[in-house]
Design a protein around this ligand. Structure first.
Ligand SMILES: Cc1ncc(COP(=O)(O)O)c(C=O)c1O
Length: 412
């Protein structure tokens, strides 16, 4: 088990106070805080070996290149990919999915080809496919949630596979409901139906052990900033043969092997997708974040969040708050993003009153408007979400803030 009290000491931002109240950060599903080890690694890069990568034959450039590649090796190991050749760096999960929609799907799909998503996708796994539909006349469909709106309706999935979609793209864990999907089972079903499988791992890779070989997905996307690393760097994992087949999206420096006045040949994987100067500090900082998580152990991260999530759901329900997604009796099927609704209070007012107690939570549609508006029938919900530096006292602080919400808004 991890010791969150010890872990907190590594996060300088969490030692700050406002009017005598410590910062209780419950918005890690949006972005995580960064430990000193990541901050130091980036600082060290700029102080000791700032240089462009792949280009120099001088020492500091070689060191920068080595560290950048090493971070990809760490990312590969984290998700059990074969090698860093499977790890394409993008800006974030959103860009990784867009790259697939533009490059893989954009070139291979034809009018009428189907893309199957779920009803609980983040906009980043909806809008790129809507944009593709505009250009190519592809067809989109969504797997429904079960009656209680907690889990995927697997019968509906089976039925929708009969239409033989070319792509099935689904989230590993919902940022609103917390729901963890049956990745292995869904991938197998999709493959058996002849579809390519893309998994949005933004809310899963930071929080639990993920094994892309065991899952057997074709592609997976995730973001460094949600897992202790810097913003502006994300991953597109892909099976090697598929990445080899896929055309680069952007042309320029670094992504080529050779160029003459008429044509060019592309660089090897993964560089053929990374044109121009890379986000070098981002990659190097991300490597330090993965090392930090690796020292803790992803199973320990998962166990810690499970315990906190059960505690939070129980306490929220005790005070009469509606909790969305799987409840405490289905903890194996959910992650630590807990959305809730206080009857009689607008979620934005709730978040503002929480902030007056220095408790940071999120309110809104959480970039999943179709789910929140059309499935949950809400315009907005409140959400608290956990990570390694959160502890039971943070949940207690949220419950105290809820009492203030009821008092200020005169809710009985
Ligand atoms: C499930 C899910 N997918 C995708 C994203 C998009 O991530 P990014 O903004 O890093 O591209 C998020 C961000 O909240 C998310 O929760």
């Amino acid at each position: 088990m991890l010791d969150s009290n010890k872990i907190i000491e590594d996060f300088p931002i969490l030692s700050q106070e406002r009017e005598g109240k410590r910062l209780v950060y419950l918005d890690s599903a949006s972005t995580s805080q960064k430990p000193q080890q990541v901050i130091d690694k980036i600082d060290q890069y700029y102080r000791e070996y700032n240089a462009n990568i792949h280009r120099g034959i001088y020492k500091i450039s070689v060191r920068a290149t080595d560290e950048y590649i090493r971070s990809k090796e760490l990312a590969a190991k984290l998700i059990n990919a074969d090698s860093y050749r499977n790890i394409v760096y993008t800006r974030n999960t959103t860009e990784s999915i867009n790259l697939l929609a533009l490059s893989w799907a954009g070139r291979k799909l034809r009018g009428g080809d189907g893309i199957l998503l779920t009803e609980m996708e983040h906009h980043s796994n909806i809008v790129p496919w809507q944009m593709l539909k505009e250009r190519k006349n592809t067809v989109m469909d969504y797997i429904a949630l079960d009656e209680k709106k907690r889990l995927i309706d697997m019968e509906d999935f089976e039925m929708k596979l009969e239409a033989k979609p070319k792509i099935v793209s689904f989230t590993a864990a919902s940022n609103v409901l917390g729901t963890i999907t049956e990745m292995e089972k869904m991938t197998k079903m999709a493959h058996d139906a002849g579809a390519l499988v893309i998994i949005d791992g933004a809310q899963a890779v930071p929080h639990m052990p993920i094994d892309v070989k065991k899952i057997d997905c074709d592609f997976m996307a995730f973001s460094s900033h949600k897992m202790l690393g810097p913003a502006g760097i994300g991953v597109l994992y892909g099976k090697e043969e598929l990445l080899e087949e896929m055309e680069p999206l952007l042309g320029g420096g670094d992504m080529i092997k050779s160029v003459d006045f008429d044509s060019c040949s592309y660089n090897e994987l993964p560089w053929k997708f990374e044109s121009g100067t890379s986000n070098i500090e981002g990659g190097i900082g991300f490597g330090a974040a993965i090392e930090y998580l690796d020292r803790i152990g992803m199973q320990n991260v998962r166990e810690h969040e499970k315990e906190l999530t059960v505690y939070a759901i129980k306490r929220l329900r005790e005070v009469g708050v509606t909790v969305y997604g799987p409840l405490e009796d289905q903890i194996e099927r959910r992650g630590g993003a807990v959305s809730f609704k206080v009857s009689g209070a607008h979620p934005h007012d709730v978040a503002q009153i929480f902030d007056s107690e220095n408790v940071a939570i999120r309110a809104g549609h959480h970039c999943a408007m179709p789910l929140v508006n059309q499935v949950l029938n809400e315009d907005s919900v409140s959400r608290m979400s956990f990570y390694i530096y959160n502890k039971r006292e943070d949940v207690d602080a949220a419950i105290d803030a809820l009492a203030k919400v009821k008092k200020v808004l005169k809710i009985h």
